[in-house]
Design a protein around this ligand. Structure first.
Ligand code: GLC
Length: 492
């Protein structure tokens, strides 16, 4: 007999509170990636027993919603104490950390498989810090000198000259949730939308300090003529630069990443081999790079942000997290969000199928898989990051839809009715499948109903992702506002 919804929620809650959280010196510091089965400890060569910053984002959001803000504060503070001070990596936050023999050991990529770097953890820290302050009103957290120093180190990594005069962040392959080779090097979408959210979050946290110190007038936000010390001067510069960067980044993403049926028709007919200033095809993209599946997939009124833009080699794959965050952070406009929801509705057989949601679509296969992943055994077509299904992604879609609905209640009711239907059906799939499949990390196959070949079970972000969906759909829909980042206008 199937378990009741209530008992599934209770089981999930007790797994998080009683088994996933790690205590260090008497305080909870974060959750491990996967809960080991009682009989079988996590193999020492795998890092699922570590505390990953990215896996803890949903955990911390859930704690904030449950009013357990002190855990979040402590997590943020612990991560801050691990921000790299090494010359080569100064300012980055670790991918994960673990307690061994009374010491916290952090992994900045130097211990990871393939030595992959992760850029998302650093970007998430600023977003989570802002979310915490906004939700709790604990401005004292933001005003701490060490927090402002941490923000400054983080912004030093981004707001600096480079060989490329564009506002995107350039990263190696596998620098985010997709942390194995999958041809996601350069300027992958997920990193760019996180960058947008983190620039605005950081700017807002700096602004609080500048207002508090009397360098900005809280009402008019006009700079006071008081002469600032060098640290404050840097804060003022970074504040303005961040806003300007975010503005340019948004414009850039909308111009180069957003596609709809109409825009593809324009792309296909553009001239190539142009150079100089006033040109149409800046990245010299040939028509042949535009895949045939795109026509049907976009339909008449669907739209989304493509995976990456690179000279001659755009990546038209659909990435779920980047698109949901693009909506949540308002990188895409209200109308574009509707187009995104339409696209998801009409392609739910691909993106949801038997397990919400597919991480990216379509998979790399054949020669592409061999060449671009380097024969990666875990990222076989339809597996793991290569178009596998990850239940931990679904709550992002729930947040995107509910906050959209909240802000634009009277618009396109039919679309919202259909989207709410999709959310409810997908929630029922989670309820039915997750306890049966032991809260697996991911699912394989074109419809996502096989437990991932190498999936961990009792994966923390699967469990907490389910709890977030339950909370948002059944307990408090207005909590979907929690991920909002400040708008550029509100910071001006
Ligand atoms: C895998 C995932 C990564 C996750 C980690 C811990 O490496 O690819 O996104 O953070 O497991 O769950």
């Amino acid at each position: 007999m199937d378990m009741s919804e209530e008992s599934i929620v209770q089981i999930a809650q007790s797994l998080i509170h009683e088994q996933a959280m790690v205590q260090f010196q008497g305080e909870a510091v974060g959750a491990i990636a996967a809960i080991p089965k009682p009989s079988q400890a996590v193999q020492p060569d795998l890092n699922y027993g570590e505390i990953f910053i990215r896996d803890n984002v949903p955990v911390m959001v859930y704690f904030l919603m449950q009013g357990k803000a002190e855990v979040v504060r402590h997590f943020l503070q612990t991560c801050l104490s691990l921000q790299s001070q090494q010359f080569e990596t100064r300012g980055i936050f670790p991918t994960s950390f673990v307690e061994t023999n009374g010491q916290v050991v952090a992994d900045y990529g130097q211990r990871a498989i393939g030595r992959v770097v992760s850029a998302d953890a650093t970007l998430w820290w600023a977003i989570l810090a802002h979310m915490y302050v906004r939700r709790t009103g604990d401005r004292a957290f933001a005003l701490q000198h060490q927090v402002q120093v941490g923000l400054q180190c983080f912004l030093d990594l981004i707001l600096r000259p480079s060989f490329r005069g564009v506002p995107t962040l350039y990263v190696p392959d596998g620098a985010f949730m997709i942390d194995r080779p999958l041809d996601v090097w350069g300027t992958p979408l997920e990193i760019q939308v996180l960058l947008y959210g983190s620039l605005l979050s950081a700017a807002s946290l700096i602004q609080m300090d500048l207002v508090n110190k009397g360098y900005l007038n809280p009402k008019s936000k006009i700079q006071n003529p008081k002469s600032p010390d060098p640290f404050t001067q840097n804060q003022i510069n970074q504040f303005h630069l961040s806003l300007d960067w975010a503005k340019r980044l948004r414009r850039y993403l909308l111009k180069n990443y957003w596609v709809m049926s109409k825009t593809v028709q324009v792309l296909r007919r553009r001239p190539t081999e142009q150079y100089g200033d006033a040109i149409e095809n800046e990245y010299n993209i040939q028509t042949e790079t535009i895949p045939h599946w795109l026509q049907d997939w976009l339909g008449d009124r669907g739209g989304y942000l493509i995976g990456n833009i690179r000279t001659g080699r755009p990546d038209f794959r659909f990435f779920t997290m980047g698109n949901c965050l693009g909506a949540i952070f308002d990188v895409i406009s209200f109308r574009q969000q509707q187009a995104l929801f339409r696209l998801i509705l009409q392609n739910q057989q691909d993106l949801i199928a038997e397990m919400p949601m597919r991480i990216c679509h379509p998979p790399l296969s054949d020669e592409d898989w061999r060449k671009k992943t380097g024969y990666d055994r875990k990222n076989l077509p339809w597996c793991y990051h290569n178009a596998g299904h990850w239940p931990c992604l679904f709550w992002f879609l729930v947040v995107a839809v509910l906050r959209h609905q909240h802000h634009h209640q009277r618009q396109d009711r039919q679309l919202m009715i259909e989207m709410n239907g999709l959310l409810e059906d997908a929630y029922q799939l989670l309820l039915k499948q997750l306890p049966r499949q032991h809260w697996a990390e991911y699912f394989d196959g074109p419809i996502g109903n096989w437990m991932g070949q190498q999936a961990r079970v009792y994966q923390t972000w699967t469990i907490v992702g389910f709890l977030l969906v339950h909370h948002l759909l059944k307990v408090n829909r207005s909590d979907a506002q929690i991920l909002d980042v400040p708008s550029i206008q509100s910071l001006l």
